[in-house]
Design a binder for this molecule. Structure first.
Ligand code: FAD
Length: 462
């Protein structure tokens, strides 16, 4: 048994960042993790492995579609799937070991095993009970299930199984057109699978700017993905390693069946609190099974905090990290802060899709008068040079004050470009401030400036 100032349960982006910051602020800190490696969902079965596969499959796409045009000739690469998985695993390993190094460097104790919280101030791991003045729950999330769909992680898989398939399937049905389904769906489409996405709603990527949704779907269709929209999946059946997916179209209730080698269930994620013993603690929960917290991330039980996917808000690694840092500051008696109005969201397909702040739809619903500055990548010299001139930057600014309210980008490097607008929004900048800032030529970021110019007297290259 050991005594700590803080014990954090879960070493995902929320937990490990919180642990490092607590230690940096002089608190005696431990982090409990049940997995064999640190880094949580994100590093082990989420952000990082999916980005490795997205990168490899994008390189293949470039070789197949653009190399010859650029005068790069030679034998086209073929897919060595075991080697691609090995590259992905090596990427995971480098990152998880990096967290181990950071724990040692910052003197964070890694307690290995699954934790329960018998009472405030106590964390039990195996037979050992550790004491802590403060406990932070950062236990993350797990894939949500769908009635009638039984996951075996071989033929019917969640995102976790989709990252370790035995081979590239010939046919794949993706249930759910959210970020995870579309990222992994486009990986397998680029590797040669025939991918059909079945979505309950009438638009992909719910909550995103409507114009981006339409453009994104059009581009994905061009890349070979098929979509069945407004369809409610009824069941999946597996026989001899092949699956049948039955769905009903909402418009006429007609029933249809799709055959697939692999079915990826990507219908969202739910908070993971199993085994913590929260019911005995009387911790207040939300209706959606998240741990309820106050503005300082403290739960209804004094001395117990919660952060990341296990509480309300977007299930994103950087949101968890920000909460991790902010909660640590609070625990250390400082002032922790997260601006929930400026949390970017990115889809790492090619082209990338990124957004921050308000959409036209939310502004209309809130009765806010706004103006739109839009610029197509077709007018961006750099994007044209690298065959990535599809998409646009759209900035939404207040009609009266010109203050930037949101930004939506579909195009090359969107996931990095969005941060210029995040910073602008943090500083309360106007679209004119962005437009008056000199942007290097030739960069994709010029498209952001042009969109800002389009909020005023007009873009130059449109
Ligand atoms: P987690 O990362 O889920 O970590 C929680 C940890 O707690 C786990 O390691 C778990 O083993 C441990 N744990 C749970 N209970 C206990 C216990 N009782 N005792 C000990 N340990 C316990 N987000 C992005 O921002 N960008 C992306 O590109 C992105 N891509 C994704 C791709 C996929 C395929 C998936 C599935 C997710 C992706 N996400 C992405 C989401 C991101 O992974 C999560 O938002 C993020 O990991 C949440 O961090 P967390 O610290 O709250 O929880």
């Amino acid at each position: 048994m050991a005594n700590y100032d803080v014990i954090i349960i879960g070493a995902g982006p929320g937990g490990y960042v919180c642990a490092i910051r607590c230690a940096q602020l002089g608190l005696k800190t431990a982090c409990v993790e049940g997995r064999e490696t640190l880094g949580g969902t994100c590093l082990n079965v989420g952000c990082i492995p999916s980005k490795a596969l997205l990168h490899a499959s994008h390189m293949l796409h470039e070789a197949e579609h653009n190399f010859a045009t650029m005068g790069l000739k030679g034998k086209a690469p073929s897919v060595d799937w075991p080697q691609m998985l090995a590259y992905k695993d090596e990427t995971i390993s480098q990152n998880t070991k990096g967290i181990e190094f950071l724990f040692k460097k910052n003197k964070v104790d890694w307690i290995k095993g699954w934790a329960t919280v018998p009472e405030a101030g106590k964390v039990k791991v195996g037979y050992e009970v550790h004491e802590a003045k403060t406990i932070v729950i950062a236990t993350g999330s797990e894939p949500a299930s769908l009635p009638g769909v039984e996951v075996d992680e071989k033929t019917v898989v969640t995102s976790t199984g989709a990252l370790t398939l035995g081979k590239v399937p010939k046919t794949m049905v993706v249930i759910g057109a959210g970020v995870i389904g579309l990222e992994l769906g486009s990986v397998y489409a680029r590797l040669g699978a025939q991918v059909t996405v079945v979505e309950y709603l009438d638009a992909i990527t719910p909550g995103m700017d409507g114009e981006v949704q339409k453009t994104f779907q059009r581009i994905l269709k061009k890349q070979g993905l098929s979509f069945v929209m407004g369809a409610a999946v009824q069941k999946t059946e597996v026989s001899r390693g092949k699956a049948k997916v039955t769905y009903k179209l909402k418009k006429d209730d007609s029933e249809h069946v799709l055959d697939a080698d692999t079915v990826l269930v990507a219908t969202g994620r739910k908070p993971f609190t199993d085994g913590l013993g929260l019911d005995k603690l009387g911790l207040e929960m939300t209706k959606r099974g998240q741990i309820a917290v106050g503005k300082d991330w403290q739960t209804s039980v004094k001395g117990i905090y919660a952060i990341g996917d296990v509480i309300e808000g977007p299930m994103l690694a950087h949101k968890a990290e920000d909460e991790g840092m902010a909660a640590a500051e609070q625990i250390a008696g400082k002032h922790g802060h997260v601006n929930y109005g400026v949390i970017p969201g990115v889809i790492y397909t090619a082209p990338e899709v990124a957004n921050v702040g308000a959409t036209e739809e939310t502004l209309k619903a809130d009765g806010v008068k706004y103006k739109v500055g839009k610029f197509p990548f077709m007018g961006n010299a750099r994007a044209k040079a690298v065959f990535q001139a599809e998409g646009f930057v759209k900035i939404l600014a207040d009609a009266e004050t010109d203050r930037v309210l949101g930004c939506h980008i579909i195009g090359p490097g969107a996931g990095d470009l969005i941060h210029e607008i995040c910073v602008a929004m943090e500083f309360g900048a106007s679209a004119e401030d962005v437009a008056l800032t000199c942007h290097a030529h030739p960069t994709y970021s010029e498209a952001v400036r042009e969109a800002a110019l389009a909020c005023g007297d007009g873009a130059i290259h449109a």
